[in-house]
Design a protein around this ligand. Structure first.
Ligand code: NAD
Length: 468
């Protein structure tokens, strides 16, 4: 064990001890903890944006404000407003046989929640789950990504300034620390990251019977229907795909387009990209790729598609490679077995798959693992319903991209290979609570009155209970 894993396990032990010895925190304590997260984010917004930009090489300050800090604050406002109601015991129905008893559900803290987060939105994806963990009355240990070292170090410092280590603490470190972190017997492990690591996390957690929430990735399709203006769809897709240079878990991964319009849509997407980002290399609005390894993977995927005869449209300028940037790229005719059509892309490269009719487009989606997000562009309610009914995904935005994640009132999560369990708002509170059923016997306990010894009354009541 190295220093970091020692630290993680001693922090864990302390949080666990406190969680077992102290009663569930009151509403006031939870609201206070939530306001400390809010103040941490507001007071240090600039420092946070700078640290993330330094880790990326280039990451727009505005993107950090609008896509990380703003949604975090919005979720805190939503949670603070609704928490008093969520925490109230929920009365449940009591069958005649058990009256005059009372049945209710208490949502109680689980104890200590471990949160492992990725690099792409390092603030939102670490403190977002923390909001839900704290709302539910838990203590939490965070393990941010090693690919954003400056941010992770800053987060560790800021959290330790505002929280006792027994409430919330951050552990930094690489893969070895992450592996040791997973082995701690958390009351819940909340992981955001890739499907392959998520599988490992679940296996390790199983040894402790630690329940997991896995927020994973996948290939999220954007289906453009024939009735929808191609330009308008291209604008939404370009927005969702090129923010953070495509390094967004719910970015559209590929487009399904009516065959006759595929080329026009490709041109329209590139056109929108040019408008949003007139230049690439020296443009601070356009993010760099997080690491050389990720850059090489994307560059190789594009080269392989080109070599196989695909048409590659790119908006890039000189020096992009040195800045570790890949300009917005659209690929037509990528072969079925290519990397671009089989692995999550997670970068600014957008293959277009032409379809002849909607059923074949749906068939394409259904032949693959269930995606994290689905985008559908149609003005026909029937068509939208057909797509919703036939193609399952974690979440959906209709006639737009990304925006379902920003709705505090909606659950956010994957399904199948794109994840297990959802969070945000009420669903997040429930996910990280133990729903404890309580039955309170009334002034008379009819059920016990019937015996034993089993007699006439038991026979009569038995007859009633065995009714259809
Ligand atoms: P990753 O899986 O490589 O890493 C995520 C975290 O896991 C990091 O903190 C890392 O330190 C840790 N980790 C690495 N090896 C581990 C191990 N063996 N055991 C335990 N933890 C380990 O993912 P990434 O590259 O940081 O992020 C990109 C992926 O995350 C993409 O697949 C993307 O779709 C997904 N993602 C999903 C969501 C979502 O909300 N569903 C959000 C953002 C990103």
């Amino acid at each position: 064990m190295d220093g970091m894993t020692d630290l993680a396990s001693s922090l864990f032990e302390e949080q666990r001890r406190l969680s077992r010895h102290e009663p569930p925190p009151h509403l006031k304590t939870r609201l206070n903890r939530l306001s400390r997260i809010r103040d941490l984010a507001i007071d240090n917004a600039d420092l946070i944006a700078k640290a993330i930009a330094a880790d990326f090489g280039v990451r727009s300050r505005t993107e950090t404000m609008l896509l990380e800090i703003a949604p975090l604050l919005s979720s805190i406002r939503h949670t603070r407003r609704n928490l008093p109601r969520w925490m109230k015991p929920q009365a449940r129905h009591v069958d005649l046989t058990f009256q005059p008893g009372k049945a209710y559900v208490r949502h109680e803290p689980l104890g200590v929640v471990g949160i492992i987060s990725p690099w792409n939105y390092p603030l939102l994806l670490s403190l977002g789950p923390l909001v839900d963990a704290i709302a539910a009355g838990n203590r939490a240990l965070l393990k941010p990504s090693e690919l954003t070292p400056q941010f992770s170090e800053l987060l560790e410092k800021l959290v330790s300034q505002r929280f006792d280590a027994g409430e919330v603490a951050v552990v930094t470190g690489g893969v070895e620390t992450a592996e040791a972190f997973c082995r701690l017997p958390f009351d819940h492990l909340f992981f955001t990251g890739s499907t392959s690591i998520g599988r490992k996390v679940m296996q390790v957690a199983a040894a402790n019977l630690t329940p997991v929430t896995l927020e994973l990735g996948g290939k999220s399709p954007a289906v453009i229907c024939d009735d929808y203006p191609a330009e308008k769809a291209a604008r939404s897709i370009a927005f969702g795909k090129f923010v953070n240079a495509g390094q967004t878990c719910i970015a559209p991964d590929y487009i399904l387009a009516p065959a006759a319009k595929a080329r026009a849509i490709a041109d329209a997407v590139i056109d929108q990209a040019r408008r949003g980002y007139p230049t690439i290399t020296n443009n601070d609005d356009y993010s760099a790729v997080i690491s050389q390894r990720h850059y090489d993977r994307l560059a190789r995927a594009i080269a392989m598609a080109r070599d196989a005869g695909a048409t590659v449209l790119t908006h890039e300028d000189d020096g992009a490679r040195q800045a570790r940037k890949i300009g917005p790229t659209v690929v037509l005719g990528a072969p079925a077995e290519s990397l671009l059509l089989n692995e999550e892309i997670f970068g600014p490269v957008l293959p277009i798959v032409p379809y002849d009719n909607l059923d074949s487009a749906l068939g394409f989606i259904k032949a693959r693992e269930r995606p994290l997000a689905l985008y559908c562009f149609s003005n026909s309610r029937d068509v939208r319903r057909k797509i919703l009914d036939r193609a399952i995904s974690g979440g959906v935005t209709l006639n737009g991209t990304l925006l379902h994640i920003a709705q505090d009132s909606l659950p956010f999560g994957g399904v199948g290979h794109s994840g297990i369990g959802a969070y945000h708002g009420f669903e997040g509170f429930r996910r990280l609570s133990h729903a404890r059923g309580v039955f309170e016997v009334g002034f008379v306990n009819m059920f016990e009155r019937i015996g034993p010894p089993w007699g006439q009354r038991a026979a009569q009541i038995g007859k009633f209970l065995l009714r259809r």
